[in-house]
Design a protein around this ligand. Structure first.
Ligand code: IPD
Ligand code: CA
Ligand code: CA
Length: 275
């Protein structure tokens, strides 16, 4: 990692920006139109032509500039080089359910890992004209303006966000007990419906913390870079090192981190399994 110059990071950041913008054009073009909505397998896990077309546009920008780089994208899987030194991780439409309902909390998420370490992230919500960029060591911005996490220090003063994975009706670990508990302890818990935007809202200081399970690398990578660069803290639920492949994240402004770890440790699940 240390052998990547800031010039190269800037170049990669610009390509991530162009790719996210290209995906965003597709989201904008279809916004408010009748969509062809299907389920991907599990009930509620939707896919539309927007997911597929946005992904194709994003990949074509990356391939045009960087034909040797690897790509992991939600709808088309892994393509490109096998050594994976450079791996682009793409969610073409994060918040498909929101988008399909005309609720404008959805985004294109484009992240880059180099040798397994997050380097660059761009998250773009074209419906609200909000574009976040983060790059290792270069800070994070929203629409070109530098951002910072909040300074909220007490759970009782905080506003949090979470989400519920598509397998929530099938597993005991459904996040309902966590949601109820934090709703009691804070000023509120939002369910945003787009993991990448949830992370960006924490990065911007609009929200103070975020936890969720059942996620994929493409839900998280770009937002992880942005939040880290905005001064946030990211770990596993128990405070140990974050693992992108675990699907589980605890992300806060830093001040509240240990309080959330303590509460998460104390939770017993509410079992609502539907067979
Ligand atoms: C989903 C969103 C949602 C989260 C789900 C994700 P998708 O992504 O990020 O907030 O709760 O677990 O799968 O399916 O809209 O790309
Ligand atoms: Ca997603
Ligand atoms: Ca998606």
């Amino acid at each position: 990692m240390s052998n990547i110059s800031s010039e190269e990071i800037l170049k990669l950041r610009d390509i991530a920006f162009l790719a996210a913008k290209a995906g965003g054009v597709v989201l904008q073009n279809y916004w408010g139109k009748q969509l062809n909505i299907r389920e991907k397998g599990r009930a509620g896990d939707l896919i539309t032509e927007v997911d597929q077309q946005a992904e194709a546009e994003i990949i074509s920008v990356i391939k045009r500039h960087l034909p040797d780089h690897g790509i992991l994208a939600e709808e088309s899987g892994k393509t490109g080089t096998s050594d994976n030194q450079y791996l682009w991780v793409i969610d073409p439409l994060d918040g498909t359910t929101n988008y399909a309902h005309g609720y404008p909390q959805a985004a294109v998420s484009v992240g880059l890992m180099v040798s397994g370490k997050p380097l660059v992230g761009v998250v773009y919500n074209p419906m609200l004209n909000e574009l976040w960029v983060g790059a290792q060591g270069l800070g994070a911005t929203l629409n070109d303006i530098p951002i910072q996490v909040s300074t909220t220090k007490n759970l009782a003063d905080s506003l949090l966000v979470t989400g519920f994975a598509y397998d929530r009706k099938e597993v005991e670990d459904n996040n309902y007990a966590e949601f109820c508990t934090f709703t009691h302890l804070t000023q509120g818990v939002r369910r945003g419906g787009s993991a990448s935007l949830d992370l960006c809202h924490v990065a911007t200081g609009r929200l103070d913390g975020y936890w969720e399970r059942g996620l994929k690398p493409w839900d998280l990578l770009a937002g992880v870079v942005i939040l880290t660069e905005a001064g946030g803290k990211i770990t596993a639920y128990d405070g140990s090192e974050f693992n992108l492949d675990s699907g589980r994240i605890l992300a806060t402004n830093g001040y509240l981190h240990s309080s959330l770890v303590e509460v998460l440790k104390s939770i017993s699940p509410i079992n609502l399994i539907i067979r």
